[in-house]
Design a binder for this molecule. Structure first.
Ligand code: MG
Length: 382
């Protein structure tokens, strides 16, 4: 028998991390978890460390006190993430933490030639050129865990030569067929009840403003080396087709499965093989209609601006992502309306000149600046 695949999971206690762990439990004789990270959920981290005999942990929240003997090696803070990724021996790094804190770790792991299983779309949004060119130079596979990109990757299997267009499907969230006023006034409780997917809070809000699809457009452009004009978005409320590839010879390939991250996680964990699960996931005779609708860009300005930002330089992508994150936090704190999120993004974008950056230090500094600027701009909305 082959030896076990050794895995590090950054963001092991979050929603995606939990899904990945669920798949590892199911096939546990084939995997070994050598390291995990969590932000502040130390109880959950302790359970994972015990259940999987994990030898190293990074706790990123400096306010959390970590029990002695929690595990063999303990790293602290965001710097601890890259120290862990640098020092352990493993085959694949799963990046399932929200936000951009995993950027340095991803770069370190690529330099060491490790496979990256990537769920944190923000990392590609702010530093896509850097991550993808380093991966190409080192011959490292970036396996997308985001369901749409995973679907496209399953169709192309890493060969981007014959792509004409990529069709990202979107659930449309809760409000895609409602009027602008209803969307603008939606409460936190309404927004968090997503009709199809069970996900973290931030991404559920992003789904209802379609900023999530906006970020995914930028992610797509980097992952599959296509121009923004080659990317289309189609609202597909039944969430069965997770995206499609239109090839230059007129053929389309689509990937289908139930709306759960576990299929993407399973594909990435076993890539380039496929595991035999001996179960029927979809019943074709009971499927909802496979309908696709063009998104209304006037109703979803976050989507419209993401398309423009995708064709601009890095400074705009950083500003878009930072302003959205700041605005979503304020919405979840019930300080602003859902309708204020696109307005805050628009204000943030209008003040940024087009610029690219060469170093990770610059990117992270610009990201910090964009966040403070967005926080200031947002003040007049509450
Ligand atoms: Mg997605």
């Amino acid at each position: 028998m082959n030896r076990k695949k050794r895995i590090i999971i950054l963001g092991a206690t979050g929603s995606v991390g939990t899904t990945v762990l669920g798949e590892i439990v199911r096939f546990r004789e084939q995997f070994e978890i050598v390291g995990i990270s969590c932000h502040s959920n130390i109880e959950r981290a302790e359970t994972i460390i015990r259940d999987f005999s994990v030898r190293a942990v990074t706790v990123t929240d400096p306010k959390i006190s970590v029990p002695k003997n929690i595990c063999g090696t303990v790293f602290r803070g965001t710097d601890g993430l890259s120290a862990m990724v640098e020092s352990l021996e493993y085959d694949a790094l799963v990046v399932s933490m929200a936000g951009v804190d995993g950027l340095r770790s991803v770069l370190r792991a690529i330099e060491r030639g490790k496979t990256i299983i990537l769920a944190s779309k923000e990392i590609l949004v702010i530093a896509g050129e850097m991550v993808m060119s380093l991966a190409k130079a080192k011959g490292v596979a970036i396996l997308p865990l985001d369901s749409e990109h995973n679907a496209i990757f399953q169709c192309t299997r890493g060969d981007n030569r014959f792509i004409k267009r990529l069709w990202l499907t979107a659930s449309g969230g809760k409000f895609w067929d409602q009027d602008l006023q209803t969307i603008g006034r939606a409460t936190v409780a309404e927004v968090l009840r997503h009709p199809k997917w069970s996900m973290g809070k931030k991404i559920t809000v992003d789904s209802s403003t379609m900023a999530n699809k906006g970020l995914e457009i930028i992610e797509t452009m980097h992952l599959f080396d296509v121009e923004p004009a080659q990317i289309e978005v189609a609202i597909h409320p039944s969430c069965t087709v997770h995206s499609l590839v239109e090839f230059c010879d007129g053929s389309f390939l689509a990937q289908m499965s139930p709306a759960s991250m576990k299929y993407a996680a399973r594909y990435c964990l076993f890539y380039p093989e496929r595991v035999d699960v001996q179960e029927q996931s979809l019943d074709l005779f009971r499927l909802d209609e496979l309908q696709f609708f063009r998104p209304d860009l006037e109703k979803f300005p976050c989507l419209k601006w993401a398309m423009e930002v995708a064709s601009s330089k890095q400074s705009k992508r950083i500003a878009y992502n930072a302003a959205n994150e700041v605005a979503v936090t304020l919405f979840l704190e019930e300080k602003i309306t859902l309708g204020a999120i696109p307005e805050i993004i628009w204000n943030a974008l209008s003040k940024v000149e087009d610029k690219n950056y060469a170093t990770v230090e610059e990117i992270l500094a610009v990201d910090q600046m964009a966040r403070s600027r967005a926080k200031q701009l947002a003040r007049r909305f509450f």
